[in-house]
Design a protein around this ligand. Structure first.
Ligand code: MSP
Length: 539
């Protein structure tokens, strides 16, 4: 796991994923959240920020205790085993968090959750009351009839449990107005806007206090309520605290808390937006802590137009996807073809198609063709030609690949380097500024297609027999284009970026000035970046 060097002069950027429940194996939705947060962390790191990227696992509550029981395992042994699957997924996706917190960690997590509770209690925001109502174990949430369809929770296909018990309550109602104000006035950003509107509509509907504990006799697997061991902290109160406990909140070593809190982005799925945009801010206000800056709510991945489910047999398993296509390809699909701003659809057929068209026949083919020509015609050494020579083989990118916004740019008659500097990079950065990761990555892919088209336009493989100098100028544009592309791929496909940089003989750590001053490339031919893969039956 990468540990960022301590730094105080760079701007800080703290990003978190939600912490998945460990009752079931990781699925593609978890993979999406992990890689998206990882790409954001890598982007900010490349921008020079002091980044802290946190993920973790949510290991308490009824759902997990029951899963352990069903598996016939001791709960702690069960969570040790199942949380490892999430670590394995992180590794296999090349996701490099700075820390991974487990809510069952009594030394690292519990003190922070307990401190949160104590502060809220001290403020007079926690009181005892009777809870009578419904509880959905799948959601680990108290639900009302309104949340059900024919008495059944649609997400989990089960009727909730009726419970009647004495619990601690949190005065959520006291904070609803302030949370609403913070969102409306933009101090607490909930993005996309549609999600903020949903949260505001929910707040406008009136918010009641929420039950914040369960009797320990029924739910022993969790954090005991401070000074009342007969109660267990409600799993969401426990889980949300991970965002501060991992920073050392509630312990004497809280330097990270002082450095990184408030959080810059909590990346979460749409089903848990309310917990993050209402309950968590209310808890923080009560505990006297600053609110996070942004709750980024992503959509869901469906498959074949349907919610993924074991019964429908349309579940996409991230591990088998990585086994078939490799880490970088899975990152490419999730980051380039799943929008964080809406629900997306993925099928195994579509994934195969994208792999073949964009990676094997796209990036992979381009890099190998260009390095083969460089090796064959120029022994791998491509020197910067004169400006006049470069101008004689302009990047006459075709209008059909350029959208209307660009038509006023002098496309045609420009060098590849000019086009990338003036067009690709600003568009790529604009997409990044709004965290439209798929758009930023598609900008890179568009450039690949333009470079491909450049080969078709000039046919250097024929031109070499007629005009060696011009062929070299064409290869220069291609190689320096590929070089620039590799830099843009860093947050998305770090290993591909490194492999491309090494193929053109440069380091990824170069400054922008050094890139512009590059005068020669030493190209080597490596293994194919994305070998063609036969489609297996049933895939
Ligand atoms: N344990 C809670 C989170 C606590 S955070 C303090 C939880 N866990 S979960 O395992 O059910 O979900 C983890 C994340 O995966 C959530 O952000 C959820 O929205 C996301 N996804 C679950 N299914 C998904 C898809 N099909 N597609 C995309 N993301 C999905 O909730």
């Amino acid at each position: 796991m990468a540990v960022s060097p301590p730094s105080t002069c760079m701007p800080k950027f703290y990003i978190t994923t939600s912490i998945p429940y460990v009752n079931a194996p990781p699925h593609i939705g978890h993979a999406l959240e992990f890689v998206a947060a990882d790409a954001m962390a890598r982007w900010h790191r490349a921008e020079g920020d002091d980044v802290f990227f946190l993920t973790g696992t949510d290991e308490h509550g009824a759902k997990i205790a029951r899963a352990a029981e069903t598996a016939g395992k001791d709960t702690r042994a069960f969570v040790n085993e199942t949380s490892q699957h999430f670590r394995d997924l992180l590794d296999r996706l090349s996701v490099m968090p700075d820390d991974m917190i487990r809510t069952s960690d009594t030394e690292r997590h519990w003190p922070g959750a307990i401190e949160m509770w104590k502060r809220m209690a001290l403020r007079g925001d926690i009181y005892k009351g009777m809870y009578k109502g419904l509880y959905c174990v799948g959601h680990e949430a108290f639900v009302t009839e309104k949340d059900l369809k024919n008495g059944v929770c649609e997400d989990h296909g089960k009727a909730p449990e009726y419970i009647e018990e004495e619990n601690y309550f949190f005065k959520l109602s006291e904070y609803a107005e302030e949370v609403k104000r913070q969102i409306e006035e933009g101090y607490l950003k909930v993005v996309p806007r549609t999600r903020a509107n949903e949260v505001l509509a929910f707040l406008a509907g009136g918010v009641e206090d929420i039950s914040f504990s369960r009797p320990a006799k029924d739910i022993p697997w969790g954090i005991p309520v401070p000074e009342d061991e007969s109660s267990t902290m409600y799993v969401w109160c426990d889980a949300l605290s991970n965002y501060v406990s991992a920073l050392g909140f509630g312990t004497s070593s809280d330097e990270r808390m002082r450095r990184y809190w408030p959080c810059d982005i909590h990346l979460v799925g749409k089903d848990i937006a309310r917990f993050h945009a209402v309950i968590w801010p209310a808890m923080l206000l009560s505990a006297g802590l600053p609110l996070p800056k942004k709750i980024f709510v992503h959509g869901f991945i469906h498959s074949g137009g349907k919610k993924m489910s074991k019964t429908l047999g349309n579940v996409i398993d991230p591990f088998s996807l990585i086994d078939t296509y490799g880490t970088e390809a899975v990152r490419y699909i999730l980051l380039g073809h799943v929008s964080l701003f809406a629900d997306s659809d993925l099928t195994l057929d579509r994934i195969h198609e994208l792999y073949t068209a964009h990676l094997a026949n796209g990036i992979g083919n381009l890099v190998s063709r260009v390095s083969a020509m460089a090796a064959q015609y120029f022994e791998g050494e491509i020197t910067r030609p004169s400006d006049a020579l470069l101008a004689s083989v302009p990047f006459k990118s075709d209008i059909d690949l350029i959208d209307a916004r660009d038509r006023d740019l002098k496309v045609g008659g420009v060098t590849a380097e000019w086009f990338i500097r003036e067009n690709t990079i600003p568009r790529y950065r604009a997409a990044w500024n709004e965290y439209k990761l798929d758009e930023a990555l598609q900008e890179v892919m568009r450039l690949f297609r333009l470079l491909d088209r450049y080969i078709q336009d000039y046919e250097p493989f024929k031109l070499i027999k007629i005009d060696r100098e011009k062929t070299q100028a064409i290869l220069w544009s291609l190689v320096s284009g590929i070089h620039r592309v590799s830099r843009l791929l860093i947050p998305f496909l770090p290993e591909t970026a490194a492999a491309i940089a090494s193929a053109v003989g440069v380091s990824l750590d170069q400054t922008d000035e050094a890139v512009e001053k590059q005068t020669v490339y030493a190209i080597t031919r490596g293994e194919p970046l994305f070998p063609r893969i036969e489609k297996r039956d049933g895939k």
